[in-house]
Ligand binder design. Structure first.
Ligand code: COA
Ligand code: AMP
Length: 638
């Protein structure tokens, strides 16, 4: 496909989105052509490709076999934790997916039914997602690092007919048994699934509940392949839960048509790859990056996708990424800056690079958190390829701002994910909704309609969609990020405007953690704040005020709340630091000054807000932080 230059593409996409996206839709095979490209009759709910029918699995798998790519690897599964590599061709993938779709169909799962996928990074997880898409079922993948209670919340919201899981995940050298977590989640949830399919891995054997749980391999051996079922472009393909400002996750919905069009288009325009190229997103299928760029986009485009089960360091060493790139001839790598910070910390000179030929690599893409200029410079120098920061969210499903390499690379400005991607009319507004001048920080919003691929709504919750995203600035989507645009049109994403923090590229809610802390019987009130961390970008730090009369040792209470967050939210929360204080800084109206606590911890210059109840408390906070190992806090407090 011949693409326009960035400027022309961007202008056209904003001036005439229907023509722009109709052209991009030519990259997808439709069962029935759409009647209208964009239905804007019911704002803020916009729908793309109304009347169109397609099947996402057909587009991602079957059509490539029909077009002669059957022998090309579709998936390279590289498991550094089991020391195994398995290559799955497009023909093999089609057959495995069709058969597993048969397993689901035989269990009565059909169009519109929800299926929870709680699986580690093994090929069966991708097969599960595609099999759902094949029969029009709606998958909801839950990241393995979440605790049973979080899984239970998702079960109760999605109300799945079936759950697909495995006996274990492998974290470095540790085996994480999934089945006890799954059993506990089903116990906790009000909604019980009709069946669970369990892939038994050799590392551990899960016990099955008779009548409810079935052995994956046995079910596959008995199944008949099933064909692709055409669905409406506007039918949901998946629900992906993400952190909001409270402990209740948001069920981001993705449609079939707009999603396929946008992701297919992005592979050339943003990532500059061709069908047949090897593309590697080093993330996890439980996150949006995994959904979009381990599974759907590379397969929709006919690339080979790498499914990597391992870490950037420790599996076995900081050369792990270079080994995968050289072994599989990876052309584009996409990961989070934290992965590079982890590698840089263990191998600052990049000596492990000397062992591998990584000349296949043309570009490194980073996203998921702010990319600090030091990490960008280190990666650029060591790898000798362009390093492209790009900005997006679970809600959008693909990049809002990027250096669109396939549309002609623009100069890289460290600290900026470059410019708005075609389709996104990005504006920076002040609190009153006025455009702010270049260089001035404001709320980043996107003028509606959002382009194809972005969330049409939240699962069964149009009201919450409007409340969260479109009611603050009517006619605009609120990203929840603050930042600015420079005179050249480059965007800078500086901070969240809500209680969401970003820990090792993982999105977490401090509000959700506070709910857990507050449920401890000795805790009167608490605050959780995201504090800067050299490896993970941010880490959560908790401040607990005990109830009056509580005389148990502070260390004991701290230990208990840390365990509670691990048990109720999961290890992924990385909540390992908390302290007991006598009071929290508040405004006179009683609002906890979390932003000020964060500034103290980060050693950022700050003044006591005019509304503060008692400024002397800031010194107490600085002392508390200093004892936790944040000396910058003491300096800032002086
Ligand atoms: N299943 C079960 N537990 C999991 C898990 C999973 N799928 N993923 C992570 N965890 C656990 C970890 O083992 C760790 O547990 P611990 O506290 O017992 O050690 C905890 O959750 C926190 O995980 P993480 O924040 O990933 O820390 P880490 O120290 O294990 O690894 C990095 C740090 C930087 C190496 C790792 O986060 C990383 O590679 N990140 C970059 C890539 C990425 O995943 N980006 C996501 C969006 S693009
Ligand atoms: P998630 O929904 O998990 O993808 O997290 C989305 C959030 O991560 C965004 O709203 C930003 O706060 C942050 N984020 C993602 N990518 C970037 C980036 N390139 N630069 C700065 N922040 C980012």
């Amino acid at each position: 496909m011949q693409l326009l230059s960035y400027d022309s593409a961007y202008q056209q996409s904003i001036r005439d989105p229907e023509t722009f996206w109709a052209e991009a839709a030519g990259g997808i095979s439709w069962e029935r052509q759409w009647d209208r490209v964009l239905d804007d009759s019911n704002p803020p709910f916009h729908r793309w490709f109304i009347g169109g029918m397609l099947n996402t699995c057909y587009n991602a798998v079957d059509r490539h076999v029909e077009a002669g790519r059957g022998d090309q690897p579709a998936i390279i599964y590289d498991s550094a934790v089991t020391d195994a590599v398995r290559t799955i061709s497009y023909t093999e993938l089609r057959d495995e997916v069709a058969t597993f779709a048969g397993v689901l169909a035989a269990r009565g799962v059909g169009k519109g039914d929800r299926v929870i996928v709680y699986m580690p990074m093994i090929p069966e997880a991708i097969v599960a997602m595609l099999a759902c898409a094949r029969i029009g079922a709606v998958h909801s993948v839950v990241f393995g690092g979440f605790a049973a209670k979080e899984l239970a919340k998702r079960l109760d919201d999605a109300k799945p007919k079936a759950i697909l899981s495995a006996s274990c995940g492998i974290e470095g050298k540790r085996i994480i048994e999934y089945k006890p977590l799954l059993d506990q989640a089903i116990e906790l949830a009000a909604c019980k699934p009709e069946c669970c399919m369990i892939k038994q891995r050799p590392q551990t054997h899960a016990s099955l509940v008779a009548g409810r749980d079935f052995d994956w391999d046995e079910a596959v051996a008995a199944a008949q392949p099933t064909d692709c079922v055409p669905v409406a472009a506007t039918d949901p393909l998946y629900i992906l839960y993400t952190s909001g400002t409270t402990g209740i996750p948001k069920g981001v919905v993705r449609d079939n048509g707009g999603h396929a069009v946008a992701l297919h288009w992005s592979m050339k325009a943003v990532y500059d790859v061709e069908p047949g190229d090897v593309y590697w997103a080093a993330s996890d299928i439980g996150w949006v990056v995994g959904h979009s760029y381990i599974v759907y986009a590379p397969l929709l485009y006919g690339c080979t996708t790498v499914l990597y089960e391992g870490k950037p360091v420790g599996t076995p060493d900081p050369g792990a990424f270079w080994r995968v790139i050289s072994q599989h001839k990876v052309k584009a790598l996409f990961t989070a800056p934290t992965a590079f910070r982890a590698i840089k910390r263990e191998d600052p000179q990049g000596t492990h690079l000397e062992r591998y030929d990584i000349s296949s690599l043309k570009t490194l893409f980073l996203a998921g958190e702010r990319c600090d200029p030091d990490t960008l410079a280190w990666a650029e120098q060591r790898l000798g390829v362009p390093v492209i920061d790009h900005w997006w969210q679970t809600e959008t499903g693909w990049a809002i701002a990027a250096n669109c390499v396939g549309l002609g690379m623009l100069p890289v400005k460290p600290g900026s994910p470059t410019k708005a991607v075609p389709g996104y009319d990005v504006r920076i507004l002040d609190d009153q909704g006025n455009d702010v001048p270049d260089g001035k920080i404001g709320n980043i919003v996107v003028k509606l309609p959002l382009p194809p691929g972005c969330l049409p709504t939240l699962w069964h919750n149009d009201d919450e969609f409007e409340r969260s995203y479109t009611s603050t600035y009517p006619g605009h989507y609120l990203t929840g990020d603050a930042g600015y645009r420079d005179a050249d049109g480059y965007l800078y994403i500086m901070a969240r405007t809500d209680d969401i923090i970003n820990v090792a590229g993982h999105r977490l809610s401090t509000g959700g953690m506070e709910e857990v802390l507050a449920s401890h019987p000795d805790v009167a009130e608490c605050a959780v704040v995201g504090v800067a961390d050299a490896l993970k970008g941010e880490i959560p730090v908790g401040f607990i005020v005990p109830k009056s009369g509580v005389d148990r040792p502070a260390e004991q209470i701290v230990k208990e709340v840390i365990q509670m967050v691990r048990d109720k939210i999961g290890p992924v929360a990385a909540f390992k630091t908390a302290t007991v204080v006598q009071r929290l800084p508040k405004t006179r109206s009683g609002k906890i000054l979390r932003g000020t606590i964060k500034k103290i911890a980060d050693g950022v210059e700050h003044t006591a807000p005019a509304t503060i109840d008692d400024p002397t408390i800031l010194d107490e906070m600085a002392e508390a932080l200093a004892t936790l190992g944040y000396p910058a806090a003491t300096v800032a407090a002086r």
